[in-house]
Write a protein that binds this ligand. Structure first.
Ligand SMILES: Cc1cc2nc3c(=O)[nH]c(=O)nc-3n(C[C@H](O)[C@H](O)[C@H](O)COP(=O)(O)OP(=O)(O)OC[C@H]3O[C@@H](n4cnc5c(N)ncnc54)[C@H](O)[C@@H]3O)c2cc1C
Length: 320
């Protein structure tokens, strides 16, 4: 049994989420049965970076037509590699790019992608979240053919030990030609710009959709001011343009680790949690006692934020 682990590049390096996927791969097979794949044109430095960790081997899928990402190019090249290696599992980090091409790649092998996996149990059984994290679904691969898995950002720790001796590197040159590639790449999607450095803030008050309208934001701004805290938000608040994108916390926003993270009207979707679960003390205010945010909270206030927040602000101002 072997596992093909497809790495993704960010800024000339293997991305953090790829290393998380590597940890997930180790739940499926020992390191010597894992084939780490880097893909692109001129992949030498990525391959060297991958080879510093213990894998069975590193494969450079290298071709000038892979210099820029296209779904057609990646599918064609990786499908050829699958035909050669016949792995039992193919693992990816669950990124925008992977979401674009991995389902199509799985289809070529008459399979589906089990996407956004947060846990791998014995069997193996793959766990995904459903309905904004309120339910977990477990999935088992049955039948012949490889099993395609993508792994959610933040679900596995990216802490692989270095290899004692460098992993061998092979080069695989797919036989793709330009007629197979029907699209031309545009600018890659970028998460929020980081002009506000929430990462070094010690106190953060973060607001979510529970606030209902932009007009209600001064309520949490007053609380942040009373605490001397930075204001942050969940994604819907920034998507609506109520606060700038650089105040977004989560998988497509900033990662924060303050002494205090006060989450106001935030449900605790996994994409939000991955950006703040390293906070030293998490306090959540939510009217729903079953909100997932309470699972990571050190202190929880089940109540209406429109009552709790002004009371807290008043108490803080009164104590000054
Ligand atoms: C690829 C991808 C990337 C994403 N990246 C991010 C990211 O970086 N950051 C992020 O935050 N999200 C991200 N998301 C979105 C994420 O999945 C959730 O949709 C989002 O975090 C939900 O935001 P929320 O908790 O503010 O809203 P909701 O999930 O709508 O929760 C609102 C909460 O407010 C509570 N509430 C309502 N009224 C009151 C009241 N009066 N008093 C108290 N509580 C109240 C409700 O009980 C509820 O729990 C991403 C999603 C995808 C697919």
């Amino acid at each position: 049994m072997s596992v093909l682990l497809v790495f993704e590049e960010r800024g000339g390096r293997i991305s953090r989420t790829s290393w998380e996927a590597a940890s997930a791969a180790l739940r499926l097979a020992p390191a010597n049965e894992i084939i780490a794949v880097v893909i692109g044109a001129q992949t030498e430095s990525l391959a060297t970076e991958a080879a510093a960790k213990a894998f069975g081997k590193v494969v450079r899928v290298d071709h000038p037509l892979l210099a820029h990402y296209t779904s057609d190019g990646y599918c064609a090249a990786l499908h050829e590699l699958l035909e050669k290696e016949h792995p039992a599992y193919i693992l990816f980090p669950h990124t925008y790019q992977v979401r674009d091409y991995a389902p199509a790649l799985a289809c070529r092998s008459s399979q589906v992608l089990i996407g956004d996996v947060i846990e791998i149990g014995d069997g193996p059984v793959f766990t995904r979240q459903l309905m904004q994290g309120r339910l977990n679904g477990t999935y088992r691969h049955t039948g012949a053919g490889p099993c395609f898995i993508s792994v959610q950002a933040g679900a596995f720790r990216a802490d692989l030990p270095d290899a004692l001796t460098a992993t061998p590197i092979e080069t695989f040159t797919p036989t793709i030609d330009a007629t197979q590639i029907r699209t031309r790449p545009g600018e890659p999607f970028r998460g929020s710009a980081q002009t506000v450095d929430l990462g070094s803030a010690q106190l953060i008050v973060s607001v979510g959709r529970g606030i209902r309208e932009a007009e209600n934001l001064p309520l949490v701004e007053d609380l942040a001011t009373a605490l001397g805290a930075e204001l942050a938000a969940s994604r819907p608040i920034c998507d609506n343009g109520w606060l700038p994108m650089e105040r977004q916390v989560g998988s497509s926003g900033q990662s924060v680790a303050p002494k205090l993270y006060l989450a106001v009207g935030i449900s605790g979707a996994i994409q939000h949690l991955v950006g703040m679960k390293g906070s030293q003390c998490i306090v959540a205010i939510n009217k729903d006692p079953d909100a997932p945010i309470f699972e990571v909270a050190d202190y929880g206030i089940v109540g209406d934020l429109f009552e709790v927040v002004p009371a807290l602000t008043e108490a803080l101002n009164g104590a000054k």
